[in-house]
Design a protein around this ligand. Structure first.
Ligand code: ADP
Ligand code: ZN
Length: 749
């Protein structure tokens, strides 16, 4: 029976057509093809292949295959289709993420070089003749005899070509083409690392994971229900509990069983240590690790990608988009620091990499480990409800204690030092002096990126909040108003603090650059480095700073959340958080959670070596739950009270929150379009969907476009997504307006 292939055509039109498959062509899902389209030729990707028995008209045949083999696996096509419905994104756009330009463009190909190889040694007499008359040919033969095949380039440039040619014609040597890998880490050496002996907690976690791996393998061949996938495992281990070692040994177990491993990290540049650990364990002897990140050249990406596809690279480490790595048979997926927001892709196609890891693991029927010291409340809720298995590592790896955390109330500090905002409290300054004198290192953290400013009273700490959402109101200068970014509630800007009547109520804020200035004055002899988005722009800056810090060539490392990700420096005994309130007062229901995570993570950088660690947290709201629970290393306590708040207002994890945004250079048009959509959405609104009202975005104008947004909540994300897609499809939108739908939104800015 003839077969037909469903082909997704490249390009923005989202066209899917059936084509017949000529007998001589082996067409499989994931193959790239050239097909006829309206008297022209187009390229596309095969989504599925089926027997074509029922089609009663003649299909046009596929012209040709672009690559002989499928570029992505069937499971990845399924993942793409899941994303298309869940996130309401065109499949073609998703496919472009799955098949990066470096791989799909026909201009890219494997790099080859010519290699000369000895076929036979001429007899003594000929050799002797050569050595006299053609010494170069003689030398080449000797070289090939002594050291085996050699690339022509290494025999010595273009000048040897004639000699090589003569030898080739005489039948003494052959020249063949050989693929060369463009290795992004060429030149880097990785010392082999031996497994640590696991402590008791690690051992139990390791066993649980191995059990899940084995069960998933047995299940596939056994008689059990094939639809059942192993439960995701939430590995909740305190900072320094040795989660990496558990990942490494679990990965080894998986490799021993002939399966490959996919590891997601929040950001390659900021987690060089994790990458290094995997390289050292699995690549020191034989290069089994592929690293995917945004700084690869097109050629390197092409090669790494094909190495993964062919199963040559058995361990893949990468940032969120590595979830699309074409591993043929993953047996384990690991998401390190699963709470990190960097897993959320904010450019289209929008997706949450951690969530995709869970979906892909389900499709592949393999276990997935979500690891963190501060799990996202979404994952923790899933563990509590029994959807995930929970494995805990409550102690640090070799018995160190968690650092002692001190809270400094900045309200009293400000009173002490009249005038200007205080950056360093006396307590923090004295602790720094002591540690620096003892030759130990200090990490200072200030989160100054991307948050709208809120109004706070410096004397009582009061922050102006929304009556309906209990999130801080954001100051809008143009309207001279305080506005709630979730529900749209507005209030006037008070002249004095509504709570204590102090008239010095002001907008919060200073940044890392200002801090650097201050530090250079206070600690003129200490070596200081600043790591934030500005300083990281320089090539290799992050790597160099972290390397110098590790080598103790830097005493104080000052930075934004860039320094909060999994760094393990044994000589750091003090971590200072300059203003814990910045993230607390972001216009976002996750503000409390993010603050707790940041405080716990930054605190966790301290005291990881032999010496005990200390932490100083400066805050205007010392009694906020985020600060208090972080101080006592009490994740469960924090989660409990935060759950109460989320439940009360139907926020995630008790619902899915989606954001619909309109953007346009004409303010009225952006507003009107969203109001129009709001009206249409409210008609036949499926039950269980909570529809907010359109409002200006916290950043009301960005890149020259005015932005309005609308919050939707539902316990059923698919119904929500479907309803929005239906309304969008039935609405003719003004050409100038861009509408963005963000399912499971994280960025409310
Ligand atoms: P986490 O990621 O959980 O914060 P790490 O994986 O960075 O912690 O481990 C913290 C430190 O403990 C590392 O320096 C690591 O080498 C060490 N470590 C891990 N497991 C063990 C063990 N079983 N015995 C001794 N030290 C260990
Ligand atoms: Zn509100």
């Amino acid at each position: 029976m003839p077969t037909a292939a469903k082909v997704l055509i490249d390009g923005p039109s989202e066209l899917i057509f059936d084509y017949s498959v000529p007998k001589e062509v082996t067409a499989l899902p994931g193959c790239r093809v050239r097909v006829p389209l309206r008297n022209k030729s187009a390229t596309g990707t095969i989504l599925s292949v089926a027997e074509n028995g029922t089609v009663d008209f003649e299909l046009k045949p596929i012209n040709s295959l672009i690559d002989p083999e499928p570029l992505i696996t069937e499971k990845l096509i399924q993942l793409a289709q899941w994303m298309a419905t869940y996130y309401g994104t065109p499949l073609e756009q998703i496919m472009r993420s799955l098949l990066p330009g470096a791989v799909r463009q026909e201009t890219h190909s494997a790099k080859t070089r010519q290699v000369a190889e000895l076929v036979q040694i001429p007899d003594e007499e000929t050799l002797e003749k050569l050595s006299r008359r053609a010494s170069r040919q003689h030398a080449i033969l000797q070289l090939l005899k002594d050291s085996g095949p050699i690339p022509i380039t290494e025999l010595g440039g273009a000048s040897v070509r004639p000699s090589v040619k003569s030898l080739q014609e005489a039948g003494y040597i052959t020249v063949r083409n050989e693929e060369v890998r463009r290795d992004p880490d060429a030149g880097d050496e990785f010392l082999e690392s031996k497994p640590h002996k696991l402590n008791e907690g690690q051992g139990a976690a390791y066993k649980a994971i191995c059990h899940a791996i084995d069960a998933s393998l047995d299940r596939k061949t056994g008689t059990e229900d094939p639809a059942s996938s192993p439960k995701p495992i939430l590995l909740h281990g305190v900072t320094g509990s040795g989660k990496t070692e558990v990942y490494l040994q679990a990965a080894q177990h998986c490799l021993d069983r002939g399966k490959s491993v996919l590891v997601l990290v929040p950001e390659i540049a900021l987690t060089p240590q994790t990458v290094q650990h995997f390289k050292s364990r699995f690549s020191a002897l034989q290069d089994q690790v592929a690293v995917l990140h945004s700084h690869l050249s097109q050629g390197e990406r092409f090669d790494e990608w094909h190495r993964i596809r062919k199963g040559e690279a058995k361990v893949v480490v990468g940032a969120r988009s590595a979830i699309f790595a074409p591993l043929p048979r993953p047996g384990l997926i690991i998401v390190d620091e699963e709470h990190e927001n960097t897993y959320k892709q904010e450019n289209p196609p929008k997706y949450q990499g951690r969530d995709l890891a869970v979906v892909r693991a389900h499709l592949e029927r393999c276990p997935v480990i979500l690891g963190s010291a501060t799990p996202s409340l979404e994952s923790f809720q899933n563990a509590q409800s029994g959807k995930y298995d929970l494995v805990g590592l409550p102690e640090r790896a070799d018995g160190q204690s968690l650092p002692l955390i001190r809270i400094v109330d900045m309200r009293t500090e400000t009173r002490k030092h009249k005038g200007g905002p205080t950056i360093l409290s006396d307590r923090l300054r004295m602790d720094m002096e002591k540690k620096l004198e003892e030759g130990q290192q200090v990490i200072l953290f200030l989160n100054r990126r991307g948050f709208a400013r809120s109004l706070q009273c410096p004397s009582c700490g009061h922050v102006c909040e929304c009556q309906h959402c209990t999130v801080p109101l954001t100051y809008h200068r143009t309207e001279e108003r305080l506005i709630c970014h979730l529900c749209g509630y507005q209030s006037i800007v008070p002249r004095a603090c509504p709570k204590c009547q102090d008239r010095s109520i002001l907008l919060q804020g200073y940044g890392t650059q200002k801090v650097e200035e201050v530090l250079r004055k206070v600690f003129p002899r200490s070596r200081l480095a600043r790591l934030d988005a500005d300083t990281a722009r320089k090539k290799n800056a992050v790597r160099d700073i972290l390397r110098d810090f590790r080598a103790c060539r830097i005493d104080i490392l000052l930075g934004t959340q860039m320094i909060a990700k999994g760094l393990d420096f044994p000589n750091v005994t003090l971590a200072g958080i300059l203003n814990a309130d910045l993230s607390l007062h972001a216009p976002d229901f996750r503000a409390g959670e993010r603050t707790f995570q940041l405080l716990t993570q930054v605190a966790g950088r301290s005291g990881r070596g032999e010496m005990e660690g200390e932490v100083v947290i400066q805050t205007f709201t010392p009694h906020s739950p985020s600060v208090q629970f972080a101080r006592h290393h009490d994740y469960e306590g924090f989660a409990d009270q935060e759950f109460d708040f989320r439940r009360q207002f139907d926020f995630p994890p008790f619902s899915h929150a989606a954001l619909l945004t309109s953007k346009c250079s004409h303010e009225r048009l952006a507003e009107f379009t969203l109001q129009n959509l709001h009206q249409r959405l409210s008609k036949d609104l499926p039950s269980g969907i909570e529809l907010g009202v359109p409002n200006p975005a916290p950043t009301p104008k960005a890149h020259g476009l005015f932005r309005f947004q609308l919050l939707l909540k539902s316990t059923n994300p698919r119904t929500l997504s479907r309803h929005v897609q239906k309304v969008l499809a039935a609405t003719t939108l003004p050409e100038e307006v861009t509408i963005v739908f963000d399912m499971d939104a994280y960025d409310f800015g």
